[in-house]
Design a protein around this ligand. Structure first.
Ligand code: FEO
Length: 356
């Protein structure tokens, strides 16, 4: 059984599967919506595989590659990103196609060595701006360090305008048979997971690096964006590029208020509710409230990138900020969130007893 989609002439999606079993992506972020791992195979005079997949769908992936290649050898494997959700099957591919040339940059091969992968004469190092001719198609390599790991790069097919963008423009969410952005209701089904994926994983911390990639991409005539997770973009790309531009500049998407509270017995929660009612009374109805104790911080981070105003309401705990709220604050700092208006509600009943 093989599960393949044709992206365009001679280019195939061979990821072939969706992961609905893993509960926590990177063992930290809940993914109730699942996730796809995308890999692409181009058949030209030379054959080339772009990235592999997570081990969880390795069996399906290998069957797909084998089917698309038929009797042909695999000439090249391009490694745009070494995180194991894409790199787990590299050595399996090399075992099955021992003559395959592996293309990466210096850091790619540093990582491969550290992961215990074989470095040999079949490893071909490329730099930013290098090209590779495959016959009709020519590939341009674009370094994109820290989008999301130091070795990350993108590959652009200058013949067809296909950008293989690594993690950039990816999203959580299983594809369920669909592949293209125009086959899904992206705004309804994928925007929330895409925002959570970007802000927590790919670029929350690395806005300037994402801006640098967007600048390089603006000089390319892009017809398709093929990310490593989620739908392939072939229409309406400006919609998603604009989201990336805003997120990476730390600009809010919407005028609105995010209220995050931490409350032991509901009293701080009541104060937060009271604020929300007063805001609505005054005409600000774009309000979202979360209990920090019950909401995974990745959801809070995503909405912190979405809204212009953030209210933190916290009870006192161990003479300090309530830990779930404290965790959110630390995560916002770690992810470099900027350009927001903050308000703070402190429930400091104990402070009276301490005389401070
Ligand atoms: Fe989807 Fe950074 O790996």
């Amino acid at each position: 059984m093989y599960n393949i989609r044709k992206v365009r002439e001679n280019l195939y999606w061979v990821g072939g599967g969706n992961d609905r079993r893993t509960s926590l992506f990177e063992n930290i972020h809940p993914i109730p919506e699942g996730v796809s791992y995308n890999s692409y195979l181009l058949l030209d005079e030379k054959t080339v595989l772009l990235d592999t997949v997570d081990w969880s769908i390795g069996g399906q992936f290998i069957a797909n590659v084998d089917h698309v290649l038929g009797d042909r050898p695999l000439d090249y494997m391009i490694i745009n990103h070494m995180e194991p959700d894409h790199a787990a099957c590299i050595e399996e591919i090399r075992c099955r196609y021992p003559d395959v040339k592996v293309i990466g940059n210096k850091k790619t091969f540093d990582f491969m060595e550290q992961f215990g992968f074989k470095i040999n004469e079949n490893c071909v190092e490329v730099k930013d701006g290098d090209t590779l001719s495959l016959g009709e198609h020519e590939f341009l390599f674009i370094s994109a360090p820290m989008v999301h790991w130091p070795e990350t790069m993108a590959t652009f097919d200058t013949t067809t305008g296909v950008l293989f963008s690594a993690d950039a423009f990816g999203t959580f969410g299983s594809l369920d048979g669909k592949l293209f952005n125009d086959e899904v209701n992206f705004e309804r089904d994928f925007l929330v997971p895409a925002r959570r994926y970007y802000t927590n994983i790919v670029g929350g911390k690395y806005g300037p690096q994402v801006q640098s990639l967007l600048k390089k991409a603006s000089n390319l005539d892009i017809k398709y964006i093929c990310p490593l997770h989620g739908p392939v973009w072939r229409t309406d790309m400006d919609y998603f590029i604009d989201k990336y531009d805003k997120w990476s500049k730390y600009q809010p998407e919407e005028e609105g208020v995010l209220i995050v509270y931490g409350s032991l017995y509901g009293n701080t929660e009541r104060a937060a509710e009271n604020l929300a009612i007063r805001l609505a009374d005054k005409g600000m109805t774009n309000i979202t409230m979360y209990d920090a104790s019950k909401t995974h911080v990745s959801y809070l981070i995503a909405d912190a990138f979405r809204y212009s105003h953030i209210v933190l309401a916290s009870a006192t705990y161990n003479l300090n900020i309530y830990p779930p709220v404290d965790n959110f604050i630390r995560d916002m700092k770690a992810l470099n969130l900027q350009n927001r208006t903050f308000a703070i509600i402190e429930n400091g009943t104990w402070r009276l007893n301490l005389g401070s």
